[in-house]
Design a protein around this ligand. Sequence first.
Ligand SMILES: N[C@@H](CCC(=O)N[C@@H](CS)C(=O)NCC(=O)O)C(=O)O
Length: 289
Amino acid sequence: MDNTYTPAEVWVHDPANGGRFASINSPTAGARADHDLPVGKHPFQLYSLGTPNGMKASIMLEELLAAGIADAEYNGWRIDIGEGDQFWSGFVAINPNSKIPALVDRSGAEPFRVFESGAILIHLAEKFGALLPRENPARAETLSWLMWQIGGAPFIGGGFGHFYKYAPERYKYPIDRYAMETKRQYSVADMQLAKTEFLAGAEYSIADIAAYPWLSYLWHGGYGGADKFLALHEYENVGRWVKAIDARPGAIRGRLVSAAGGLAERHSADDFDTLDPALLAPVRQRVDA
Ligand SMILES: N[C@@H](CCC(=O)N[C@@H](CS)C(=O)NCC(=O)O)C(=O)O
């Protein structure tokens, strides 16, 4: 075996070796700047960015609003992770893990934080009795597919996406490893979606809201052509499901919140009227990002 790197006895952080993320990645948690978060008038404050993980929370809120649940009104604030906003003291106070999305629920007497996209989806679903069945086995099936996605996402983003697109050097081994795992996840979803309309059954649920931003991002050509490289057209049932969710008004609006080219801040439904109407079309364009 050709060893290009022999690990030292004790690993030492090399701040120059983070590639595109060198300025934000660090082995140490905690705040790096004294900076409060803005707060708006609505019951929910969402601090996020239009990445696949961030979109899960904004799609959920927009789906609830689209279903007529006015109490799900929220202010959406952009946290620019490239600039290190996730290390503001105000953000670390609501997510000690310094990752978007994070939510503050101000609907009751005392505001409280919810971090981790899966926890945000479950919290909102339970609060409004929507998109998560109350009874088993449908509830267990939905939570199972939700956790499947939360556990698998880092292999797609931090694994495949990182080594295929972002790493300063391209190596075959990690790209092969994570391409294989990403295709395996598409295969799992495809086999399920051959049997059911949505991931957890006949009904659209928080499991779909979690999986859609990731599976659709690559399916539409994310990471500079992952659809071609991974032959994602082979997963026909995933394609059918992606296109169905692409056209949902809640998903269309949710993916534009805190997104590049979308809304930097979202304070009311009227904010979407300020965008190019083409962005709100029910057929999503290839991203090529
Ligand atoms: N398990 C987390 C993952 C969130 C996550 O990885 N967020 C990324 C953006 S997609 C982030 O904030 N990265 C900033 C950083 O790592 O400093 C969740 O599902 O909420």
